[in-house]
Structure formats: structure tokens, C-alpha cells
Design a protein around this ligand. Sequence first.
Ligand code: NDP
Length: 819
Amino acid sequence: MSVMEIFETMEYGPAPEAAAPGLAWIKEHEPFGLFINNQWVKPASGQYIESINPATGKQLTKVAAANSADVDAAVAAARTAFELWGKTPGHVRARYMYAIARHIQKHSRLLAVLESLDNGKPIRETRDIDIPLVARHFYYYAGWAQLMESQLPDYQPVGVVGQIIPWNFPLLMLAWKIAPALAMGNTVVLKPARYTSLTALKFAEIMQEIGLPPGVVNILTGEASQVGEALVRHPDVNKIAFTGSTDVGRSIRRATAGSGKKLSLELGGKSPFIVFDDADLDSVVEGVVDAIWFNQGQVCCAGSRLLVQENIANRLIEKLRVRMEHLRIGDPLDKAVDIGAIVSPGQLKEIQRLVNQGVEEGAVMWQPSWACPTEGFFFPPTLFTNVSPATIIAQVEIFGPVLVSMTFRTPTEAVELANNTRYGLAASVWSDNINLALDVAPKLKAGSVWINCTNLFDASSGFGGYRESGFGREGGKEGMYEYVRPKWETLETPLEALHIAQDSTPSNGSGSLQDEDGESTFQDLAFGSSNGYVPALPAIDRTPKMFIGGKQARPDSGYSRDIYDPQERMIGQVGEGNRKDIRNAVEAAHAASGWAVGTTHNRAQILYYIAENLSTREDEFARRIVQQTGRPYADAAAEVQVSISRLFSYAAWADKFEGVVHRPPLRGAVLAMPEAIGVMAITCPDEYPLLGFISLVAPALAMGNTLVVVPSQQSPLSATDCYQVLETSDLPNGVVNIVTGDRDTLSQVLADHDDVDGMWYFGPAEGCKQVELASAGNMKRTWVNYGHPRNWLDPVQGEGEEFLRESTQVKNIWIPYGE
Ligand code: NDP
């Protein structure tokens, strides 16, 4: 027999991993309890739920089913623990985290076996990918715990964090959540998915082993309706971190709206896998295997849409079919197996339903000739061709080993097809032309882009979505900001307090602009005069319109709104904006998207120019502030000065808030690039009519966003006076659009708008809640003040990196190198 014949006919022999140690561990720990305050406690309900081995369909064990009483107990334990843990020095937290990492390594094989038994994923993956990455996360974040005091001196932990994780990477998702939380001094209540609790329970045992202080980590197994929802709604939880389906993410966004809880959501995806005709097709085939058949395709960032350049499509599909024929499906504990079991019968049924739908939609389905095991929940690798981009299988996350393929002709078409999805988690680009790959990567709406590779993860490199794939990042330095808040933020002073403070600002009683001799000059202002000169003619009317697409446009409604000074005297009128004005403004902002891809140098120049033009009209702007607020002239002049300085700051930042190059453990680099969010809506605060406007608009502009701004409802005239400043500063049309009117009516339209990618709202608590609620529609990123004031004059509160981070989302571009 020739070598070639042996190579072609040789069957794999089974290489089974022993299940015995895992099964023995389970037996030893039955009945499983809940892990609260470092104790194993019985569930208040007395109920238990089955845990099934997906490869056999048989019961492995039962785990405790917590309910809201257990959630109360766990949150209380976490709150008590936070009082100490939150103040524990970073070095001490680092030591605990280092111990966790070491113990994960000590128990790595048991953890891998338990994970495969419980989830159905191949032991090769749990052993070589999941568990090593878990340890890596704790090591990496032990480092950030050590460095927190020096690297994040202005930040404090958030408090008690509720974490809800899915079943596809049970222990890895736990690590992604718990490691940064502990590093930053938070305490945790974590709910694993009901199908896959076992490794979280083994992890709890490790917490006891290393002597982590009681209450720092609490683990509650059970059902979403009993545990997940109670955790999300619990008033003493300060942050929710969730990974799972977009629908549940959306419901959590709504449930937490207005509560002031921080939120990070890592949701679904339908990630493109783009193959250009100069790619190495053999590598591409292995890439596809890793993209969609890794973990049975139950991966949020699975490359589930294969987009192939038309001239090589047939060749690639043929090669893929040959490879698929050789994939091995079966016992997850067999080391020679490529594809394990689907997590549950429900998930299996859903995959089958969507595949049937694809066939009904007219796509061509192909599966290998071999049959799946009949025991357990298995689904064969499946490839669809002849898929139309608008069909269900091309749009919906199937979350199984199902690949849909489509073709394109040009790079532009590839980008369009890739972005033709509501998701934006990841993308893979395959080409031997690095120029082409690096040109395409920034155009893809995705949080991770892998060049000539796929499904690579590392603690150093942030992971998270654009669009409806969620917001927030896990991993990297940006992942830490999800678990901290600024030190100055006390969240105790309601906005009203600031208004009272402003109203009580010393003035001449009428809150007027004063001459040096104390004479009121309100009158002067109303008639357009200073220096005591009173003109004989009435001032020319200056009723501002809207500012849309670089032009001043009349309000669609044809109505105006009266603007009053603090003494209830009318000082002007502005347009009453409505839904149509907002629609036009959003369209104009979209049309100006070239702003994001222009050079940062250019953006900096324009911000400097706006500052320059503002400074030539300092006096006029100061008087306008006095007129609207009744504050003393000196105070108003200071506000203008700070506004000019703030424009300078963001002009400076425009070309300095840059990404970093990560060095994960591979031959290559990861470029972490902060990118503009897109079209952003900004609702400005009432306090500081000019500075509030500039402090929000300038950072968002500096980072390349295009804006629809609703200025202060009470004092909009400082913003409308800026029209001319903007017009004369070379700002391209449509980059800033300003719509005046009723703050909350306009904000509601913006928050509901599907073409607005992000929204900031600085106003009353109720308005914040409405914005967060409505944002769930297209999962736009939001930043709101929950009705709490900021001192806009204070550079710590009113400017800086927090604003720049909120203006951007990080894209991680993975570039392996070497032959
Ligand atoms: P879910 O989003 O329902 O579940 C994820 C986690 O959230 C689980 O711990 C679940 O608990 C919990 N949960 C569910 N509903 C709520 C709620 N209302 N409030 C709080 N917590 C809740 O995912 P499924 O497991 O149902 O999978 C359905 C689909 O979701 C998959 O087919 C896939 O498309 C997608 N998915 C995406 C993942 C990703 O990584 N992006 C991961 C998993 C699924 P419990 O387990 O008790 O239901």
C-alpha cells in the first residue's frame, strides 16, 4: 500500500478522554448548593433543575434553582463584601487573582472535562482554548488590579455587579466577566446559563480554596425568570453585564432604563467571512472550519456568512465540501472529534427549523454523506449556496454549524454585503494583499476584524459589538472602564440642586447684566446696544431658524417658541422643531459621513477655527449668557473663556486619542482603533447654555461623529448664536445640525430613530429613562446623566477622556504575520 493510499483510507482511532474524574467530582458534590458568602446554601425554593449531557441526552446531575430570595441574600453578601473589597489595595486584589489563575491551571483538566460533559463541546477545544484563556484572563487582570491606583487614579469601582452569562463558553464567559470586575474592586453575583452551571460551581470551589473574602463572588444557578430577571431589577445592583441573545439584551436595556445601573451587553452576530480571489484557499478552508464549526457554530462571532469573490466561488465551495466530508462529529470527550453536540434539544430544534426555512427560501443545502450519532443532540455541518442576501438564513443568527455563502465582485460590493446586517460583532478578511485587507477592515461595521485568521481571542484585546451586537467591551484596558466610574461622581445631588445654586448666584436682584456702576443694562441688550448708546431704530430681528445640512432652515411646524429670562421676560424666539426637522437633520448627518474618514489633522484645524471665531465674539456671547441666565457678566465671560479653552482641548485630542497595538500571545499584532460611533444625537443640559453645548459637541466632533444637537430648552440662544461661528469655520455641511424646541419631544424622536447610532442626554432623570428605554430599538449606545448635575466649569467633570471614550467604539484588527 502506498503512503497516499494509507493517507486516504486510514480511519481515525478513538482517543477518549476519561469522563470518570468529572463524574466523580459531580457525585461528591451532590446535591449542589448555591454559593453565597463563600458558603454552599440550599436554594430558598427547595427546587433543583436537571443538567443534561448533550452528547447522550441523559441527566448528569441536578443543580439548585435559586429564586429572588436567594438573589436578595447574594446581593446583600456582595454589598457587605464591597465595603472592604472596594477599598482593598490593588496589590492585594492582584494576589487573589493570581491565585485564581494558578488554581485554574491546577484544575485545568477537570475543568475541561466538566465543560465538555456539560456543554457538549469537544475536549480539544475546552482543553486547548477555553480553559487556557480563562487562566490568561485572570493573570492579565491581576496585572490591572496591581496597576489600577497608578493607571486609573481618578476612578473608583462601580459596586455590586450582576453578571449573566450564556452556555456557549460557560467558564470563559465567567472569566471575561469576573476577572475585570474583581480587578477594579467590585463584588459579583453571577448567574450561569441553566444548561451549563457545572464549571461555575467548580470555580466557586476554587474561590473557597484560595480563601477569597466571603461575598466577593457569589454564584446563583437557576432559571432566567427566577434569577436573571431578579438580578437585573435588584435596586442594590450597580451594574449588569450580560452576554446572550439580542432579544434578551434588549429587554435588559429596557428593564434597567433610568435606574442608573451601568450596563454592558455582548449580544448576537451574523459575522461576515470575506474571501478575495488572491487569498490562499487552503488556509481559507481551515479558516472556515474554525469560523463556523468551532464549538458547533454556537459562537456569537461565528463567521456564519461566507462572502466569496465570484471568480473563485466554485473552486472554494468544492474544496469546502471535500473538507466537510472529512470532519468528524461525535463524543465530545474523544480527542479526535472536530464537532461535538448541540447544547440542548431546544437549540437543535431551532437550528433545524432555520435550515428548513433556508431550503424553503430556495437556497441549496449541502451536508456531508455521513450520519450523525443518533444518541444525544447532534447536527451535521451544513453549507448553503444560492443564498439571497435578504433571506432569513442570510440575516438571522442560526447559532449552529450552518454556513450561508454569497458572492461579490468588487471590494466595495464585499463591504456593502458584509455590512448588510443589523449586527456588528466581528468580521474576517482573507487576502494576500495586505493593502486591500487593511483598506477594507476600517470600513466594516464590526468590533473585531480578523485578517487572514478568525475567532482569535485574548485578554489583552477588547471584544464587543457595534450596532445590535451590543455595547461595551470585554478585555483590554477598555474592558476595565466597564467596571469603574469617575471618583467625583457621587450620584447624590439631583439636577435641581444645581439650578437652585445658579438661581442664588449673587446679582443685582433681577439677575441682570451689570455695568461697573451697577446700572442694569438688560435694556441695552434687548436693543442691541452696549456702551450706553441707545439707537433710535429698533434692533433688526434675529429669530434663529434650525441649522440643518449647513443651512439655516425654517422649522417644519411653522411655529416658534418664546424664550424667557429668569424674570420671565421674553428675550427671543426659536423654531419649534418637530419629527420632520429631526428626520432632515439625521439625513444631513448621514450625508456628512465623510467627516469620520477625513484626517484627524483636518478635524483639529476646524475645531481650532471654531474656537478662534468664537473668541472674536466673546463679549457678545457673554452678554447672551447673562441675558438668558441672569448670571453676572464676569461669570458669563468665564463660561465663554472655558468654552474656547475646551474647543482647544478637543482640537488637541483630535489627533492624540489614538489606539494601541496589543501583543497577544501569537505572531502578530492587534490594532485597537477607536472609531467614531456614527450619527450621534446630543441633548444639552440647561445649565451653562454655551459651555454645556460646546463640552458635548466638541469631543463628539473631534472623534469624527456627525451630530444632531438639541440645545438647552431653557436657554437655546447661545447655541443658535453659534450658527454663524460654525458657518465661518470650514465645518462641512451636515456635520453639526441643531434643532431647537421641546427637549423631551425631540429627544424621544431621536432615541426612537433607527438611523441614530448613539445618543447623549443631559437633562432630568425621567428624560434619561425615556432615552434608555427607546434606545433598545436599535440598541444605540447611550450616555445619560440620570438627572445628576456636572460642574461643566471643572475640567475633571466637564472634559477629558471620559468624553472621548463615550464618543468612540473600539475596533480590534488582528494581523498575524510570518510565512
Ligand atoms: P439567552 O439570551 O436567553 O440566555 C443567555 C443568559 O441570559 C442565560 O443565562 C439566561 O438564563 C439568561 N436570561 C435569559 N432571559 C433573561 C432575562 N429576561 N433576564 C435576565 N437573564 C436572562 O440565550 P439562549 O440560551 O436562550 O439562546 C437563544 C439564542 O441566543 C441562541 O440561539 C443564540 O442565537 C443567542 N445566544 C447568543 C449568545 C452570544 O454569545 N451572543 C450566547 C447564547 C445565545 P437561562 O439559561 O436560565 O435561560
